[in-house]
Design a protein. Structure first.
Length: 204
């Protein structure tokens, strides 16, 4: 089993706390940034949004962290964004557009099914460092094109229950006065604990 790596507890709690606070602080500036405007000028798909977000965050962090695209995970899996501190992969972020683009994709893939974001973390396919050690905290970023934050909060919790997961895995607001940042807690397939941060941003 891939247990969370004890050597990464050098000051992991403080490091991740500061990283989360940094993302929260900068997220609302992203849709009006030059990176968003320039990179999404021609295409506005999930990959372009994630590329713009990575470039934007990299510029803002002033080398405290490195935001890298398409980072290798378990087997042939990759996750949309990996965050490095120095040479250590400390945090990974999966990205989704809401509503899910039409085609052969399922509307509930934020949660489960083929490409299911939360499910991949639960199944240990996402959420690992470069040595395949599990990371205790990770994130999902949603680029929201339609509907309200409240709509997606209710819908995602509906999908979590629809997947047959327990109610304790539903999203809860991280801050009482904000509805664009949430938390969820899960048990992975190897019975290790997982905390997911959910960052939502309205885009056009």
């Amino acid at each position: 089993m891939n247990k969370p790596n004890p050597q990464h507890k050098y000051d992991r709690k403080t490091t991740i706390k500061r990283l989360i606070e940094f993302i929260e602080k900068e997220l609302h500036n992203f849709p009006n940034s030059q990176e968003f405007i320039d990179i999404l000028k021609l295409k506005k798909n999930e990959n372009q949004h994630t590329q713009a977000f990575s470039v934007f965050m990299q510029a803002k962090c002033r080398s405290k962290y490195s935001f890298q695209r398409e980072v290798a995970q378990k087997g042939s899996y990759t996750v949309d964004i990996g965050v490095y501190k120095g040479s250590l992969l400390i945090f990974v972020i999966e990205a989704k557009i809401l509503p899910t683009p039409k085609g052969d994709r399922k509307e509930y893939e934020y949660v489960y099914g083929k490409g299911g974001a939360i499910q991949r973390f639960k199944d240990n396919k996402h959420g690992l460092d470069d040595k395949n050690n599990l990371l205790e905290q990770n994130a999902i970023i949603a680029y929201i094109k339609k509907e309200t934050f409240e709509h997606w909060f209710d819908k995602i919790n509906e999908w979590i229950l629809e997947a047959g997961w327990c109610v304790e895995e539903c999203l809860t607001p991280k801050y009482l006065n904000q509805n664009d940042k949430h938390l969820s807690r899960h048990t992975r397939i190897d019975n290790t604990a997982l905390k997911l941060h959910h960052f939502w941003v309205k885009v056009t």
